[in-house]
Design a protein around this ligand. Structure first.
Ligand SMILES: Nc1ncnc2c1ncn2[C@@H]1O[C@H](COP(=O)(O)OP(=O)(O)O)[C@@H](O)[C@H]1O
Ligand SMILES: [Mg+2]
Length: 271
């Protein structure tokens, strides 16, 4: 099977006053079609830097210094702005930790769907409303909520809206950066179930980023463990949970009592 995404030797520096700081050192991984790859590691290890660089959403002082990002064999780092605009949302989209970073607080939900749809091709208002209704219902939100503003929804509902928005143009890859970190455990579980269900239905790949490796083990097919800007270990979820090779991975498990349990059962795909 050919890779959906290939990342080869990626390095990202922050050019701060004084010496540049290398946040992502030399990272390589692949994501297959329909695969959920988890990227786990402690806060500050460079996960979000990877996510933003992959979508070319990184901004100064961040600079991609080295490496290659191939999406279906196409060289993302050489895309023009026009190519990038066409590519984002339609082929790869992103759900951020806080829906407030994905959603515009002063615009109704419908307006945000409408703007995104219009940016990718001509569409009538009526068709945009139908598509918005369909997507909201797909993530369990009544269609009439499209007239609400984000602040009128609960945190869990906002995150569902962000997920629906990310899925609207049927992208092949969704990058989720701590998508459930701000939510309570019950809502977190519901959203993850939703992601697994939608993946079955629509068949997309996910790069799932979190500092919570227990959560990661429940949703991922493969897991990469990041530390200080590098991937120290990558393998199937069951290998990373039950037979981690790297000391650092083991220490992450040991730091999590809940994982003793998960390790016995192996990664569960029903969350
Ligand atoms: N704008 C920035 N300027 C300078 N350093 C940054 C900036 N953003 C992030 N960093 C640094 O890069 C490292 C990785 O950050 P980040 O990718 O956000 O980690 P994570 O998402 O794993 O918590 C951290 O040490 C952080 O302090
Ligand atoms: Mg982060």
């Amino acid at each position: 099977m050919s890779d959906l995404l290939t990342v080869e030797g990626l390095r990202v520096d922050y050019l701060t006053a004084g010496a540049p700081f290398t946040a992502v050192r030399d990272i390589s991984f692949q994501i297959q079609p329909n695969e959920i790859l988890g990227l786990a590691g402690e806060s500050g290890c460079g996960k979000s830097t990877v996510a933003y660089a992959l979508m070319r959403l990184h901004k100064p002082p961040a600079l991609v210094r080295r490496g290659q990002i191939l999406f279906e064999g196409r060289d993302v780092l050489s895309f023009t702005d026009t190519q990038l605009r066409a590519w984002r949302w339609s082929e790869v989209s992103m759900v951020f930790q806080s829906a407030m970073n994905s959603l515009n607080p002063v615009m109704t939900i419908f307006r945000q769907f409408h703007d995104m749809l219009r940016a990718h091709g001509p569409i009538t208002r009526a068709d945009a409303m139908d598509r918005t209704a369909e997507m909201l219902e797909m993530v369990g939100i009544p269609a009439d909520r499209m007239q609400a503003h984000p602040h009128q929804l609960s945190g869990g509902m906002r995150q569902r809206v962000a997920l629906a928005l990310a899925l609207t143009l049927l992208p092949k890859l969704i990058i989720m950066d701590e998508p459930t970190t701000a939510l309570d455990v019950v809502v977190q579980r519901e959203i993850l179930q939703e992601v697994l269900r939608l993946r079955e239905k629509l068949g997309f790949s996910v790069l799932f980023i979190t500092h919570d490796i227990a959560l990661m083990a429940q949703i991922s097919d493969r897991i990469g463990i990041m530390r200080a800007g590098e991937i120290v270990e990558i393998g199937t979820a069951s290998q990373i949970v039950t037979a981690p090779v790297h000391d650092y991975t083991r220490s992450l498990w040991d730091a999590m009592p809940i994982l003793a349990n998960a390790a016995e059962k192996g990664p569960a795909h029903a969350v």
